[in-house]
Design a protein around this ligand. Structure first.
Ligand code: UN1
Length: 495
C-alpha cells in the first residue's frame, strides 16, 4: 500500500494527520487521514479559478487540447497504479479499476480531437450584405462534484471537455474517495508541468463534505456545476444552481431495466445480465436493476441466472478471478438487506442476498435475484447494490410501459432478435431513457456517446457526442458588411 501511494506521488504529510479518515471497502480498514479544505478557503479557490479563466479562455483551443493530450499520456503511464488505487479505495475488481482509468484515457483522446472541432454554424441572413453565425465561447469555471462509484472517470469526462472548451475546473470528489482524486491531481500536475504555461489554479481539488460542495453550488462565479450522485443530492443542488441562473449538469439515480423477449439469444442475455447486475457489485448508476421477461421464458431464465449467480467468485477485489467485490460499506449492505426484506414483504421470492464474510471487515454479499409479482414500491427505488428484480410480461407494449413506469430514466435495453420489437423499443413511444440499447446490457457505455438520462436522472449529458456544448456559451453573431442598415422583419424606422 505504501508503495502504491509512493508510486502515485501521495506523500505522507498529505495522507496522514488530516481530519477525514479514508477506509478501504476491501476490509473496512482506515488507509489514510486526508486534510479537508477549510470552508474559509473556498472564496480564494473560486477567485483563483476566475483569474485562471481570464487567461485560459484566450489560449487557442487546439493548444488547450495539448494539455489534455498530455494528461492522456500521463494517465497511460500511471494506469496500473491508479487502477489499483481505485480498487483499494472504491473496492472495484482489478479489471474494472483499470477499465475506469481507460475510460479517462478515452475521454482525453476524444477531447483532444474535439479541441479542433468546437464548430459553430453559419446561418443564412434574411438581409442583404449580412452574415450570421454562431460562435462557442468558454463559459467560466466548472465545478465537478463526483461520487464514490466512479471516483476518477466522472471527473475526467467533465474536466477533459471543460479544459478544451476554455474552462477551469474545481473538483469536489466524494468524501469516501479523496485518495484517487488526489492521485489524479498529481497526474494532472505532471501534464501541467510538461505543458508549461497553463495559468495557476486551472485545475483545483477541494476535499470536504456538503458545506464545501455548497460553496461551489451557490457561487455566482461558477457558471456550470456538474454533479453526479443520488437524486436526493440533485434535488438540493439543482434548485440552488437554478436560483442564481447557473447551469447544472445532473447525473443522478438510475433504475435500469432489460426487456427479454421470447426470441432473445438467452445465453447472450445471461452474460449481459450478470455483468450489468452484478458487476461493480451493482454500484453503477447504469447497473441493471429490473428484468422484464416474457412469461414464456421467465422460469427458465431465472433458473439459468440462479446457476450463473451461484458460480460467481465473491471476495477480495484484488484477487485474480474475483468478480464480485465488496459494497462500499456496512451501511450499503444494510440498505441492500432492508430492500430485500421489503421485496419479500411485497410478495417477492428472494434468492441470494446474504451477507458473506469473504474478507473480515468488508461488506460482502451474494448478489440477489428477487422474483416479484409486479413492479412494487421497492422496485421503483434505486438501491445501490446487486439486486435484480424480475417481473413478467405478456405484450411488448406492457413491457415498455413497465420499463418506463419508474421515476428514473438513465439506461435501458432489450434483448430480442425481432427487428420490429427492437425498432419499437428505440422509437419515440419506446424507452424513455437517455440510453437505450439492443442486445447489450444497460451498463458499460463507451465515452463516444452522450451520457445521461431523463426524469429523476436529472437530464444532464456528459462525455461524447455534443456534450461539449454544455461547457461553453453560445453566441449568435450578425455582421453587416453592406453600406445600408436594413431592419429585420421588414420594419421601417426612418427619421
Ligand atoms: C456511473 O455509474 O456513475 O456506462 C457512471 C457505464 C460507465 C459509467 C457509469 N461508463 O456504466
Amino acid at each position: 500500500m505504501t508503495d502504491l501511494f509512493a508510486a502515485l506521488d501521495l506523500t505522507a504529510p498529505e495522507i496522514t494527520g488530516g481530519t477525514l479518515p479514508v477506509r478501504s471497502p476491501i476490509d473496512g480498514a482506515v488507509i489514510a487521514h486526508v486534510h479537508e479544505t477549510p470552508l474559509g478557503d473556498m472564496p480564494a479557490v473560486i477567485a483563483r479559478s476566475q483569474v485562471a479563466f481570464r487567461a485560459w479562455r484566450e489560449v487557442p483551443a487546439p493548444r488547450r487540447g495539448e494539455l489534455v493530450r498530455l494528461l492522456g499520456e500521463e494517465l497511460r503511464k500511471a494506469k496500473a497504479e491508479l487502477g489499483a488505487l481505485v480498487t483499494l479505495e472504491a473496492g472495484k475488481i482489478t479489471s474494472e479499476g483499470l477499465g475506469e482509468v481507460q475510460e479517462m484515457i478515452d475521454i482525453c483522446d476524444f477531447a483532444v480531437g474535439q479541441s479542433r472541432q468546437l464548430y459553430g454554424l453559419t446561418i443564412a441572413s434574411e438581409r442583404p450584405g449580412h452574415r450570421m453565425m454562431e460562435s462557442w465561447h468558454p463559459v467560466g469555471p466548472v465545478a465537478v462534484i463526483s461520487a464514490f462509484n466512479f471516483p476518477v472517470a466522472v471527473w475526467s469526462w467533465n474536466a477533459a471537455l471543460a479544459l478544451v472548451c476554455g474552462d477551469p475546473v474545481i473538483w469536489k470528489p466524494s468524501e469516501k474517495t479523496p485518495l484517487t482524486a488526489m492521485a489524479s491531481m498529481k497526474i494532472m500536475q505532471r501534464a501541467l508541468a510538461r505543458f508549461g504555461d497553463a495559468p495557476e489554479g486551472l485545475v483545483q481539488l477541494v476535499i470536504g463534505g456538503a458545506a464545501v460542495g455548497d460553496a461551489l453550488v451557490t457561487s455566482r462565479d461558477i457558471p456550470v456545476v456538474s454533479a453526479t450522485g443520488s437524486t436526493r443530492m440533485g434535488r438540493i443542488v439543482g434548485p440552488k444552481v437554478a436560483e442564481r441562473f447557473g447551469r447544472s449538469i445532473l447525473e443522478l439515480g438510475g433504475n435500469n431495466a432489460m426487456i427479454v423477449a421470447p426470441s432473445a439469444d438467452l445465453d447472450m442475455a445471461v452474460r449481459a445480465i450478470v455483468f450489468s447486475a452484478v458487476g461493480t457489485a451493482g454500484q453503477r448508476c447504469t447497473s441493471l436493476r429490473r428484468l422484464i421477461v416474457h412469461h414464456s421464458i421467465r422460469a427458465g431464465l431465472v433458473e439459468k441466472l440462479a446457476r450463473a449467480y451461484a458460480s460467481l467468485p465473491i471476495g477480495d477485489p484484488r484477487a485474480v478471478g474475483t468478480l464480485v467485490g465488496p459494497l462500499l460499506d456496512m451501511a450499503a449492505r444494510d440498505a441492500m438487506l432492508a430492500a430485500l426484506d421489503q421485496a419479500h414483504a411485497e410478495g417477492g421470492t428472494v434468492h441470494g442476498g446474504v451477507a458473506v464474510d469473504a474478507v473480515a471487515g468488508g461488506a460482502y454479499v451474494t448478489p440477489a435475484i428477487a422474483d416479484m409479482p409486479g413492479q412494487t414500491a421497492i422496485v421503483c427505488e434505486e438501491t445501490f447494490a446487486p439486486i435484480l428484480y424480475v417481473m413478467g410480461y405478456d405484450t411488448l407494449d406492457q413491457a415498455i410501459a413497465m420499463q418506463n413506469d419508474v421515476p428514473q430514466g438513465l439506461s435501458s435495453c432489450i434483448f430480442t432478435l425481432n427487428m420490429r420489437e427492437a425498432g419499437a423499443f428505440l422509437n419515440a413511444a419506446g424507452s424513455d431513457c437517455g440510453i437505450a440499447n439492443v442486445n447489450i446490457g444497460p451498463s458499460g457505455a463507451e465515452i463516444g456517446g452522450a451520457f445521461g438520462g431523463e426524469k429523476e436522472t436529472g437530464g444532464g449529458r456528459e462525455s461524447g457526442s455534443d456534450a461539449w456544448k454544455g461547457y461553453m456559451r453560445r453566441q449568435t453573431n450578425t455582421v453587416n458588411y453592406s453600406d445600408a442598415l436594413p431592419l429585420a422583419q421588414g420594419v421601417r424606422f426612418d427619421f
